[in-house]
Structure formats: C-alpha cells, structure tokens
Design a protein around this ligand. Structure first.
Ligand SMILES: Cc1cc2nc3c(=O)[nH]c(=O)nc-3n(C[C@H](O)[C@H](O)[C@H](O)COP(=O)(O)OP(=O)(O)OC[C@H]3O[C@@H](n4cnc5c(N)ncnc54)[C@H](O)[C@@H]3O)c2cc1C
Length: 382
C-alpha cells in the first residue's frame, strides 16, 4: 500500500498552492463583498491548464489524473471556495460528461474550449419542483424536424451566468412513441434561440460564484445536440455527479484546512488571562479535533479519486467522502469562528466568510440525506 503522491501530483499541488496563495487568497474577501466574477483569475487558471487536468492532450487537456484535479480543487478552495466550485462544475461534471458520452464532433466543438478554459460549462438538472427527487423533472424536449425544442426551467445553475459560459447540459423528458417517456441529456448552447438567462440569485454567501435560473422557452437546438444514449440521459447525469461528489469533498477539505490555519494563528496571537489562548487545553483540543477530521476527510476524497483513476467502482467512497467532508467542514468552520470569539463574527475576518459559505457543500450535488440514501443502496448491493 502506498500513501505517497507521485512526483507529478506533488508538483501540481505545490504549484497551485503557490498560485492560490499569491493570486486568489488576497482577493477573496473583495470578491465576496462585491460579488464580481473573477474573470482575470479564471484566465490565469486556464493558462495553467487547470480546467483540463484529467483530459487527454488531443482534446487540449493535460493528460493527468483525477487525484491531481482534486488536489487542485482542495488548494483553490483553501484560498476561495468559489474557484473550487467553478472547476467542479466545468471539469468534473460537464467536461467529463462531454468527454465520456459525446461524439467526436461534439468533443471537438464543445469539449475542447472547456478543457482549455476558454469557455465554461454549466450543468442543468435541478428545477423549481425537482431537487433531491431529480427524476421527477418536468422540462421537456421534442424533436421537430432537424431540431430539438426544449421547454422548462432549470434552477440554481452554477457558472451559466458567467460571460464566458458557453453551454448548459440539460436533462429533459422526451416522449418515446407511446412507450412512456425517457430522460435524455442535451447540449444547450447559451446563444440558442429561446434560451433565457434568469436573474442572478441573491445568495447568503459564495457571491463570486455565478448562480442563475435558466428558462428554456421553446429553445431550439440542433438534432445533433443530443448527448449520449437518449434512454440513459438521467443515468449519464448521475454518473458524472459521482465525480462531482469527490470534488465537493475536496472543496470541503480545502475550506476546513483554511479554517484550521486561521484558528491556529489566532489562538497563538490572542492573549487572555495573561497568556495566548492556545495555551488553554479547551482551545487545543478543538484544533486537534479539526486536524484529525481534516486528515480523515482528505484521505477519503483521495481514495475515491484514486479508485476512479483505477477505473474501479467508487460510488460508496464518493458519497461517503462528500457526506463526511461537508459535515466535518461545517463543524470545523463553526469551531474556528468560536476560537476567534467576537472577532470571528466580524466580516473582515476570513472565518466568518468560510462559516457562511460552508453550508452549501452539504446541499449541492445531493444533500447529506441523499448521500446517506446512496450509501445505504451500496450496502444493500453487497
Ligand atoms: C448555490 C447553489 C448552486 C447550485 N448549482 C447547481 C447546478 O449547477 N446545477 C444543478 O442542477 N443544481 C444546482 N444546485 C441545486 C442543488 O443541487 C439542490 O439544491 C439540491 O440537490 C437539493 O435540492 P432542493 O434544493 O430542491 O432541496 P429538496 O430536494 O427540496 O430538499 C429539501 C430538504 O429535504 C430533504 N429531503 C428530500 N428528500 C428526502 C428524502 N427522501 N429523505 C430525507 N430527506 C429528504 C433534503 O435532504 C433537504 O434537507 C445548486 C444549489 C445551490 C444552492
């Protein structure tokens, strides 16, 4: 058994750590406050090839592995979770779905610009009345001549509001000639007729991550924009979400690591009762528990990513990592804020930003309850 990262994995992690510390971390507070989208930093990330790590060089990627991508997501999220979110959606989910299920023509047209970071992808599953019960979606697609016509609303869609977002992968219901209906997946370009970008949501945190509604109002796309097997569109969407869960776990570990570092620094510098509060065992124990939980969650997401790289089943490991890491990070963020006392409640201290944003990770890409349902299903299969 080998717990060491390869030379390449260490190199990319260290490079991205330096980049994130130097370029992203100093801007994180301002981005959160203004809600501006970080186009200049995305451009730098694209130049480093970060959006294309696990894809072959022939499609503009780095030919790297999923472990490396997830180390990168952790490092970016340690500086600012919004950047982990961008890569999770565009690379782990959308890029992968195009790469695994797309035709050669679709890959050339839609995947390559995403892999190179010239364009950003979005994933459209959730609807106003269909969240955890994603299979109950009501968006429809109908073939009319050489075009699919889509109608429906997709809710809470990450990335699509970015100026450089090119497309959203939409799951929609299709009537199957008297045999009931099926769910298929479609590549919907943002400039398709009938595509309407809804308002930017007013969120409680993560303001620099674009979240918008998408309205498909008789939205017309070419017949060839059906992605993969029409009967398995839902399964395709769920398959890539398995990787998204590893990415959310890596994000949670990154944020938790940042919380622990801030809390440690604060505890060593803040004096009460004539000594640094770090000297009090009650504070030390909180920090020790944080370090143990972070280490465990990191090992969990790395194992899930490693299994994926080996082409092995990782449904249990991906859900377990997402569930544990996201719940762990909420506790770590709360304890880190607590160690800051009243200062932690003030907006200029990064822990308040981490604390507000971290809840999201227990909700997106399947809530904690959904993860427990998925984990229980894997137990029943054993
Ligand atoms: C900022 C943000 C970005 C997002 N980005 C995207 C995106 O890019 N693309 C996309 O498609 N979606 C996206 N989502 C949607 C997200 O994946 C959903 O919000 C999530 O899946 C939960 O669905 P819901 O909000 O409808 O909650 P609901 O499904 O209504 O759940 C409400 C509560 O009920 C619980 N619950 C539901 N069913 C059960 C059950 N059977 N047993 C026990 N408890 C249950 C849930 O766990 C939850 O606590 C985003 C959401 C947010 C907030």
């Amino acid at each position: 058994m080998d717990f060491d990262l390869s030379k390449e994995q260490k190199m990319i992690r260290d490079e991205v750590r330096k980049f994130a510390r130097k370029e992203i971390a100093p801007k994180a507070e301002e981005l959160e406050r203004t809600g501006e989208y970080p186009y200049d930093l995305m451009e730098k990330m694209a130049k480093l090839g970060l959006m294309g790590i696990p894809f072959p060089e022939e499609y503009g990627g780095m030919g790297g592995d999923w472990v490396s991508l997830h180390l990168v997501i952790e490092e970016l999220s340690r500086a600012d979770a919004n950047f982990g979110a961008i890569i999770d959606v565009t690379t782990s989910v959308v890029g992968q779905e195009l790469y695994v299920f797309g035709t050669e023509e679709q890959k050339r047209k839609y995947l390559i610009p995403i892999v190179k970071g010239e364009k950003i992808g979005a994933f459209g599953l959730t609807e106003p009345d269909s969240g955890s019960d994603a299979g109950s979606l009501t968006t429809t697609a109908e073939l009319q001549g050489d075009e699919w016509v889509l109608n429906g609303t997709k809710q809470f869609i990450t990335n699509i509001g970015l100026d450089n977002a090119s497309l959203v992968l939409v799951a929609a219901r299709v009537q199957n000639e008297g045999k009931g209906d099926i769910i298929s997946t479609f590549i919907v370009p943002k400039d398709a007729p009938g595509f309407e970008l809804g308002e930017k949501y007013r969120k409680m945190a993560m303001h620099a991550s674009a979240t918008h509604e998408v309205i498909l109002n008789s939205c017309r796309i070419p017949k060839d924009n059906l992605l993969g097997d029409p009967n398995r569109g839902f399964a395709q969407h769920l398959a890539v979400l398995e990787t998204g869960r590893i990415s959310i776990a890596a994000m949670a570990v990154g944020v938790a690591q940042a919380c622990m570092e801030e809390a440690l620094r604060w505890a060593q510098g803040r004096a009460q009762f004539g000594q640094p509060i770090f000297n009090f065992q009650a504070v030390q124990f909180k920090l020790a528990d944080m370090a143990v939980a972070i280490e465990l969650a990191r090992n969990m997401y790395l194992k899930a990513a490693w299994l994926k790289d080996q082409g092995r089943q990782h449904a249990f490991e991906a859900s377990a990592a997402k569930l544990f890491a996201s719940e762990m990070a909420e506790k770590v963020a709360s304890d880190a804020l607590h160690i800051h006392g009243g200062y932690g409640f003030m907006e200029e201290y990064p822990v308040s930003r981490y604390f507000k944003g971290i809840k999201l990770l227990q909700i997106v890409e399947g809530t904690s309850e959904v993860q427990r349902m998925l984990i229980a299903r894997t137990l029943a299969r054993q």
